[in-house]
Ligand binder design. Sequence first.
Ligand code: DAT
Ligand code: MG
Length: 140
Amino acid sequence: VATERTLILVKPDGVRRGLAGEILRRVEAKGYRLVAVDLRTAGSDLLQEHYAEHAGKGFFAPLVDFMASGPVLAVVAEGERVIEGFRALAGTTDPTGAAPGTIRGDLGRDWGSAVQQNLVHGSDSPESAAREIALWFPTL
Ligand code: DAT
Ligand code: MG
């Protein structure tokens, strides 16, 4: 299986709660390599582009606002089947139902918010990974 790359974001809730290190620890412990990391507050243009597949949905605007509410840690990680592997580490979208042992299942708290504050984003396919890495790290 070929080595591939994925885009991971530690969302503002993760950075705010001091979980960026714990999340990167899990990625590295699994055996994936960090290729690039960058802490930054993203603008709404970038975030609307990042989440273009969800444009028009009811949670789109609150999602973009939440993602712009503070710094995110943008990460490119590399390894065999890392796209699928990181999605498995992250757990399902809704943190309440995410399996214990996953990032969202162990650490996610989505209550009291209009959007799922589920700590992390991970690319969902090779096509998404290529698009998202180009968006967040255009010089990579
Ligand atoms: P994932 O992040 O697991 O790939 P997604 O791509 O379907 O999930 O959605 C992107 C983000 O949007 C997700 O992490 C949290 C938010 N979201 C998704 N579905 C939602 C919903 N029904 N209500 C509120 N927020 C939602
Ligand atoms: Mg998604």
